[in-house]
Design a protein around this ligand. Structure first.
Ligand code: ZN
Length: 278
């Protein structure tokens, strides 16, 4: 039986590989924790794993393999970028249907009762204790891990830029989305602005600001608490998941993102303005 444990002790102790192999399962994984690149990668929706205590949340196996449970292809994309940038990558190992690590603990949609028209039976009418258990076992380990890494990098005088990697479904509420790569930001648009200024370099890829979601959709929690609160430049990258369907596609999308990201990071870190740890 798979169980969940909080395996977030010190940075040095964090697992160096986020591959999940049967038996014990940690709530969060870190790849390349000691990476020396200027970017810290996050992937809150990396996994569709639902711990056995939740009995698959009452949904079908088929539903738990769709975009409602995770961001399809996002972890693989983040891993490629992590290697290219020598960037640490923090990924949740639990489905967002159990708890969405890109939502604050008081957000109504941190634990959804319905996702893209699919009712999530086990999430209906949770008690305060049940809700708190998910916060403690899924959200807090993720948050502690990111904050430990930020502290660790600060002690090393390592510049940090926050980049969180997501994917989205091409059709939502019966509407096709033409955006292919979305660059999302909240009040700090420095990194998104710099990346968007290079969008022509990956033409005809359709790159848009704050699409298919934006700050009014409550999706910038991580950007705010890990980026803005520490005065670290930050961006959320959303890639349409039909463009991540093969290893080759994922490699190409990573190259496109790096074409936008690398000069932007260079621009923000040369002279170090705005990218220091606060
Ligand atoms: Zn996502």
């Amino acid at each position: 039986m798979q169980s969940l444990s909080d395996a977030t002790a010190k940075v040095d102790d964090i697992t160096s590989d986020i591959t999940i192999s049967g038996g014990q399962q940690s709530a969060v994984g870190v790849l390349n924790a000691s990476g020396c690149g200027n970017v810290l990668l996050l992937c809150e929706h990396a996994s569709n794993f639902i711990p056995s205590e939740y009995d698959n949340l009452g949904i079908s196996q088929t539903d738990s393999e769709t975009h409602i449970a995770w961001d399809i292809g996002a972890l693989e994309l983040a891993k490629v970028i992590s290697v290219k940038l020598d960037a640490p990558l923090v990924a949740s190992n639990v489905s967002r249907l159990v708890y969405d690590c890109n939502r604050s603990s008081d957000a109504n949609d941190a634990i959804v009762v319905c996702a893209d028209c699919v009712i999530i039976p086990t999430n209906q009418a949770l008690s305060e204790a049940q809700r708190q258990h998910r916060v403690d076992s899924v959200y807090q380990p993720f948050r502690r891990t990111v904050e430990q890494l930020l502290r660790h990098r600060r002690t090393q005088s390592q510049v940090t830029i926050i980049v969180t990697i997501h994917s989205f479904t091409p059709v939502f509420n019966n509407k096709f989305r033409d955006v292919e790569i979305g660059l999302l930001h909240d009040s700090d648009s420095r990194l998104a602005d710099a990346m968007l200024s290079n969008a022509a370099l990956i033409s005809p890829r359709v790159v848009k600001r704050n699409e298919p979601y934006g700050p009014t959709d409550n999706v910038t929690h991580s950007l705010k608490i890990y980026g803005i609160e520490h005065n670290l430049a930050n961006v959320m990258i959303e890639v349409r998941n039909d463009l991540l369907s093969t290893t080759d596609e994922i490699t190409k999308r990573a190259e496109e993102i790096l074409t936008l990201l690398c000069p932007a990071v260079e621009q923000l870190t040369s002279g170090k303005q705005g990218a220091h740890n606060a």
